[in-house]
Design a protein around this ligand. Structure first.
Ligand SMILES: *Cc1c(COP(=O)(O)O)cnc(C)c1O
Length: 396
């Protein structure tokens, strides 16, 4: 291949230029303008919810969720260890502390471990969950739909109800993923819990450069989140503020991009799904890696693809593998470093981690852009197979 194949790049095949030019011409470039309300309406229609607030990033959407969930200094919030750190940092923004709960084989939170922590380590007093050993309140759980896979929301929602936990869904990677069967059939990732956060960062399935959105199970809650995102300004003219607000509103320029991207979202999802099938065919009979699938009963947006490396036969480090593939002009990455091992979280507690450290040293993410061609997919697969065959231990 004579060109570089990046991991994930944005795709601007539609009306992006036209709408951004239009926003510029109208002079509406900041946190007011018709594209923002249009994007909110488009997102609400797509997700089949009443109300969505557009914000400046997925991180700000997550922070607003944590604020609105009533997380206070000294509280404990249940979070995943194997995901992007932005899912966890908002807990700290509120001066609360995370408890890291293990993932299952979908990389999403393991409902068995979540339940075990609530049952064995906590008690409910007057409808509020407390950790027994520390006496600290446990008001919320952050559930990430990793790589576009749906977490086991049927079990998680049941547990959250029994233990009075507010559920913040980090659906930043899962726009368009929905249940096909079961009690949540037809429901989209991000619309099942109390709050759902979305991201339109450059690597996500649609992008506004930087941007995000938030929804909640009550329309009035979304209105309140929007109010908090616009400096908690009571009306447009007089500077009266009843709460601490944030400058978290999306801009009209970003939203202009977003409206164009929403027009293409169904096509982007279709391509992600087709590319996954192409990779599946390529890796089907190759025993040194396993292409990780998605939850049955769910239609996933198949945002990102993961290969599990057979560590009984391949002992090269992730860095060695990634560097070797870079030499072939293929960009790959390791799944994240565990959040509980990052400097700001070294003193926080992790509960029964097994799967997260297991996958942390085995998962390689491979190119997944919507613009990937069949030829590129075959090349990527062939080079990965060649490399791993070379690296494999042939003694066993
Ligand atoms: C991208 C991402 C975020 C943050 O979104 P930004 O828009 O970049 O702030 C949070 N959580 C996860 C799991 C993500 O992948």
């Amino acid at each position: 291949m004579d060109h570089f194949i990046p991991l994930a790049i944005p795709n601007f095949e539609g009306n992006e230029k036209k709408y951004v030019d239009d926003a510029l011409e109208q002079g509406w470039v900041s946190t007011g303008g018709a594209y923002i309300t249009k994007l909110e309406k488009d997102l609400a229609a797509f997700l089949k919810v009443e109300n969505v607030a557009a914000c400046q990033s997925g991180t700000s959407a997550l922070h607003l969720s944590i604020v609105e969930a009533g997380v206070k200094p000294g509280d404990l919030v249940l979070v995943p260890p194997l995901t992007f750190i932005a899912a966890v940092n908002p807990v700290r923004y509120q001066f609360a502390d995370p408890i890291f709960i293990d993932c299952d084989d979908s990389f999403c939170m393991d409902p068995d471990k979540l339940e075990a922590y609530c049952r064995d380590q906590c008690e409910i007093k007057d409808g509020v969950l407390f950790e027994k050993s520390s006496g600290r309140r446990v008001p919320a759980v952050v559930v990430v739909h990793v790589f576009g896979n749906m977490a086991d929301m049927e079990r998680i929602m049941d547990i959250a109800k029994r233990y009075s936990l507010k559920v913040v869904e980090d659906a930043t990677e899962a726009l368009g993923t929905y249940y096909l069967t079961g009690p949540y059939a037809g429901k989209y990732a991000g619309t099942i819990g109390d709050f759902g956060a979305f991201s339109f960062n450059g690597n996500k399935i649609i992008t506004t450069g930087g941007g995000g959105a938030i929804t909640a199970n009550q329309t009035e809650t979304v209105d309140h989140l929007r109010y908090l995102s616009t400096q908690a300004k009571n009306d447009p003219h007089y500077y009266i503020h009843d709460e601490i607000g944030y400058n978290y509103r999306m801009t009209n320029l970003q939203a202009a991009l977003g409206v164009a991207q929403m027009e293409e979202l169904p096509e982007f999802i279709r391509r992600k799904q087709a590319n996954f099938e192409a990779y599946r065919a390529e890796f089907e009979d190759f025993d040194l890696v396993k292409l990780i699938g998605f939850r049955p009963g769910v239609c996933s947006n198949k945002w990102f693809y993961s290969l599990e490396i057979d560590r009984t036969r391949i002992h090269a480090t992730m860095r060695e593998i990634i560097t070797a593939l870079e030499g072939k002009r293929i960009q790959t990455r390791a799944i994240w470093g565990l959040i509980n091992e990052q400097v700001p979280y070294l003193r926080d507690r992790a509960y029964q981690l097994e799967k997260a450290p297991y996958y942390a040293e085995r998962i390689l993410n491979i190119p997944s852009s919507t613009s990937l061609t069949g030829e590129e997919i075959s090349y990527v697969a062939a080079e990965i197979k060649n490399l791993l065959r070379e690296l494999a231990d042939h003694e066993n």
